[in-house]
Design a protein around this ligand. Structure first.
Ligand code: Q46
Ligand code: ZN
Ligand code: ZN
Length: 302
């Protein structure tokens, strides 16, 4: 296998692109895909500071690395979920990454925001762990960006993540979730920060290869609650399709974004208000996060 660009031995074959690249040309390819994502969706400009939400995993740290290399002004945000050793180790990875590159890392803790770490929140609410966790992450990340005055939040979601989420929404015909499935969500309220996913054109094995080639030290273990999550089952199904027909994931996601998504877009249907308790954006009287915190307070004895 030879590199498509220089003819040297290839380090990685990309079947869906019908191409192979040596290490330097693969890195160039990946950065080009990120540039293309940023350009096409006008994700941010060089004079904006991008807040990168980092988990300590390969995708978010690879994203932070690319944005630094591309010359963007960035600040990392690590959300400490309080999930045992997983959170401790992932936080250390983020801190080491930021320190080695002279970047600022902000740390927010779920426990101080909610009165309990994620495993306790789950027990107090009997909601599936990932649902309580996802809700808290979205809320706290947005609030941190607002508090610090950053106009945009970037997350490390890749093509596999996005295709799996879309697959899940379609499987259950969650039509209200479909308009929100996008590489770039604009701010639709002064208290909602723009959210972007500059890695959405890249498969998981590509971000993993990039992290490896750039010697990024990331946490390899998954969150202990990820096991058995339906999103993993959806990823497995899509991986099988991809093996049988390279490009299947890409076609599924990009076909939706280009041809189907506009049909579900009804921005006027959602009325946004400010939460009576915390002032953040909600569609009701009190936001889902405040309701969750309230449940935690009542069930977790002081
Ligand atoms: S961190 Fe949270 Fe994930 Fe762990 S509890 Fe579930 S949602 S799996 S990305
Ligand atoms: Zn090459
Ligand atoms: Zn609220």
């Amino acid at each position: 296998m030879k590199c498509r660009k220089c003819g040297e031995g290839a380090a990685l074959e990309l079947r869906r692109h019908n191409a192979a690249f040596c290490a330097p040309h693969f890195t160039e390819f990946l950065r080009k895909q990120v540039r293309e994502a940023i350009r096409q969706h006008r994700m941010f400009t060089p004079d904006e500071t991008v807040m990168v939400a980092v988990s300590g995993g390969k995708d978010s740290l690879a994203l932070w690395d690319v944005l630094i290399e591309e010359g963007y002004r960035t600040v990392g945000l690590y959300l400490d979920l309080g999930i045992f050793d997983y959170s401790r180790e992932s936080r250390e990875k983020c801190e080491a990454f930021a320190a080695a590159r002279g970047q600022q890392l902000l740390v927010e803790s779920v426990e101080s925001a909610m009165g309990a770490p994620i495993p306790e929140v789950q027990k107090a609410t009997r909601r599936p762990t990932c649902s309580a966790c996802g809700l808290s992450k979205r809320y706290l990340i947005n609030r941190a960006a607002l508090t610090h005055g950053f106009p945009v939040v970037a997350t490390g979601h890749n093509l596999d993540d996005e295709a799996a989420t879309l697959f899940g929404s379609v499987m259950h015909w969650q039509t209200e979730a479909l308009p929100r499935q996008s590489p770039a969500l604009p701010s639709t309220h002064p208290k909602l920060v723009r959210r972007v996913k500059p890695l959405y054109r890249l498969a998981e094995r590509e971000t993993a290869a990039y992290a490896f080639l750039r010697r990024i030290d990331y946490i390899v273990e998954e969150c202990p609650f990820a096991e058995g999550a339906t999103s993993l089952a959806h990823k497995e199904v899509l991986n099988r399709l991809e093996a049988a027909s390279p490009g299947a994931k890409h076609n599924f996601l990009f076909g939706f974004l280009e041809r189907a998504r506009p049909a579900f877009d009804r921005p006027e249907a959602v009325r946004l208000a400010e939460c009576a308790a915390c002032g953040q954006v909600t569609t009701g009287e009190v936001c889902a996060f405040c309701k969750l915190v309230d449940q935690v307070k009542r069930r977790v004895a002081p």
